[in-house]
Design a protein around this ligand. Sequence first.
Ligand SMILES: Nc1ncnc2c1ncn2[C@@H]1O[C@H](COP(=O)(O)OP(=O)(O)O)[C@@H](O)[C@H]1O
Ligand SMILES: [Mg+2]
Length: 278
Amino acid sequence: MINYLYVLPIRSVNRVVRVTIIESKELVKTYDTGSVRVEALKGVDLNISKGEMVAIMGPSGCGKTTLLNCLSGLDDVTSGKVFVEGKDITELGDNEKTVYRAHHMGFIFQFYNLLPVLTAVENVELPLLVSGIRPAEARKKAEKALDMVGLKGWEEHRPAELSGGQRQRTTIARALVNDPKIVFADEPTGDLDTETSNEVMDVMCRLNRENGQTFLIVTHDPKVGERAHRIIKMDSGLIKVDENNPAACSARPPDDEDAKRTEDAKPGKRPRPKMKKR
Ligand SMILES: Nc1ncnc2c1ncn2[C@@H]1O[C@H](COP(=O)(O)OP(=O)(O)O)[C@@H](O)[C@H]1O
Ligand SMILES: [Mg+2]
């Protein structure tokens, strides 16, 4: 009897509060080139929580890139809805979407997309300069982002003078320079060897853990998948498997910050429970 009285209130204090950051409802994307019609997404329902690190896997051509592009508003949907922080992005105009992306989203692609004539710091500050931030402030932010990915001292090097891992870390710095809430990565380790791929994943896991940023990573690499909180497997334009990965290297996603602060302040706090299977 005494045990019940004692345990129940503590359990309720440790409840997990999830905050949805991206949601899709019956998301359909059909490419129609006139002669060929491809149903790339056939009705995807998805709910991503703030701070999750999600791996999206599946065979080539199953719709992974299309899904990222539709969730980020890079591509228009054919039907269905995509909500980002509760805002229906399918209703936004191109300019509004571009501005939203510039402020809230970061992108990392397989091929570095770094400009060879610019130094690392110039590549990283470019998106800030394009969005109108003062050069001195842009430089400061770019240097800080390079420092975050372990590239302090490499600011003045051009891409050709950097290793594959350093180049990809430069693109991560560029994706993070505007402090985005969501980072979309499409095969970020696709052409890297195992060691370099681990190095890049170490950086992404650390940033997810420390900054609480949400990561959506498309990957073929099971080793990358192993390090995500959650693995979504797609096939033929549909989600076939969606499971949590309790063995992930990075800490569980943060709960709602306000709830966490209130709960952390309470006495008798126990360690947070591990993630449950959905
Ligand atoms: N711009 C496009 N025009 C026509 N078909 C496309 C286009 N982009 C992708 N597709 C088709 O949509 C399907 C899904 O592609 P994609 O999302 O790139 O797959 P994945 O990233 O899983 O390899 C494929 O059949 C692909 O050929
Ligand atoms: Mg792809």
